[in-house]
Ligand binder design. Structure first.
Ligand SMILES: [Fe+2]
Length: 391
């Protein structure tokens, strides 16, 4: 028996080391006026990324640039649209980390409509985006958010009344994603670790999700298998290309699984934490993943019943240990593995970013469970946060 499911569109995916050389050919399919979106500093230390841009400049393509410094705000997107609407690009290419790809995705969508970006954000604006856009090509230089295969762009405004919301439409999935793991070789260890934990969280949350389906389960398991064998290596040995390939592959799959199966409580926390504090998304995921899984598993075990979630946790434990054992024992192996990995990768505590015990009630009140397999109480949510706050 196979349960019913719907699978959303994916980009045309061009994956492999050296595949950045196909970018110009992909761009020319759409025309010769190109808007290139990049990060401010990250690209400068990425020789292969700079080389890719040089190659575009040397081709017959008329290129305009827009740089984005941090996670994109509605004002950043509006500025890019204002500066480039008269240029009328035939395609938008984003070369960078998840924030840069989100920015490019949003710019390609906002170039075709009037009004400000804020008007179209989920739960913030009242306007509904028709799904029109300029063709969009994503070229990731980190392995983490999976934005290269998702249909939403995360737009943030950080502060007391901050938000972290999506500009979303099925059509916003990139037309093409050129995923060249060599472009991630220059990614520094702490960003490799945090981005990798984001991909890991996304794969695990979509696997455990109440909305998972047979296809997302298969993709999540394959992504997790590749990720667990390489995340530590990619952090410790930045030049290890096979490890970078595994991470880029896992991140790409995590985007597909999250679009189709949804996410869980760690991403529920990521919205308020990322909007109230200046804390990278990957760090939120990496720092909370261990405690969130431990408390979720404890709750599952308290019922004493067999459940889909327990079997899935056991499957994850088997992936780690390849050991034949009772479900409970395998499930605990997974939870312990995540805690050890968090330590080994030196994922920072929330305290480093100014989060204190006094903030927990506000954060919990703004946290949604998303498609988490188990209902967690406010007290349980608070205890997840306190595990990662130094007292
Ligand atoms: Fe994420």
């Amino acid at each position: 028996m196979v349960s019913n499911f719907i699978l959303s569109k994916t980009p045309r995916i061009i994956f492999g080391s050296g595949k950045r050389n196909e970018l110009t050919g992909q761009v020319l399919r759409y025309g010769n006026k190109l808007l290139v979106v990049t990060g401010k500093s990250s690209l400068l230390r990425n020789n292969k990324g700079m080389e890719t841009i040089e190659r575009l400049k040397e081709s017959k393509v008329d290129v305009q640039f827009f740089t984005i410094g941090t996670e994109p705000s509605p004002v950043d997107i509006d500025k890019a649209v204002y500066e480039n609407v008269a240029f009328g690009p035939d395609a938008v290419v984003a070369i960078g980390g998840g924030s840069v790809i989100d920015a490019g995705k949003a710019i390609s969508a906002m170039l075709t409509v009037s009004g400000g970006t804020i008007d179209y954000l989920d739960d913030v604006g009242k306007a509904k985006h028709p799904g029109t856009k300029i063709p969009f090509i994503a070229v990731p230089t980190t392995a983490g958010t999976g934005s290269e295969t998702t249909n939403n762009a995360v737009i943030s405004y950080i502060g007391d009344n901050g938000f972290k919301k999506s500009l979303r439409h099925e059509n916003f999935v990139p037309d093409v994603s050129v995923i060249d793991p060599e472009l991630t070789l220059s990614c520094p260890p702490e960003i490799t670790a945090a981005a990798g934990m984001d991909a890991f969280t996304q794969l695990v949350e979509s696997f455990l999700s109440l909305k998972s389906n047979p296809v997302t389960d298969a993709l999540a398991i394959d992504g997790i298998s590749h990720l667990i064998r390489s995340i530590h290596k990619a952090v410790q040995q930045p030049d290890n290309l096979p490890a970078r390939e595994d991470m880029a592959y896992a991140a790409m799959l995590s985007g597909i699984t999250l679009v189709n199966a949804g996410l869980g409580v760690v991403h529920g926390f990521a919205q308020p934490l990322g909007s109230l504090f200046n804390i990278p998304h990957g760090v939120v995921c990496g720092t909370l993943m261990g405690a969130a899984n431990t408390i979720t598993l404890e709750k599952i075990l308290k019922t004493g019943e067999k459940s889909v979630a327990l079997s899935k946790y056991a499957k994850l434990g088997w992936l780690i240990s390849r050991r034949e054992d009772a479900e409970v024992s395998l499930a605990e192996t997974f939870s312990e593995y995540v805690d050890e990995l968090t330590e080994k990768l030196k994922i920072p505590y929330l305290s480093k970013y100014g989060v204190s015990e006094h903030d927990t009630d506000k954060i919990v009140s703004l946290t949604g469970l998303k498609e988490h397999p188990v209902k967690l109480t406010s007290e349980e949510l608070k205890s997840i946060l306190l595990e990662r706050i130094i007292h």
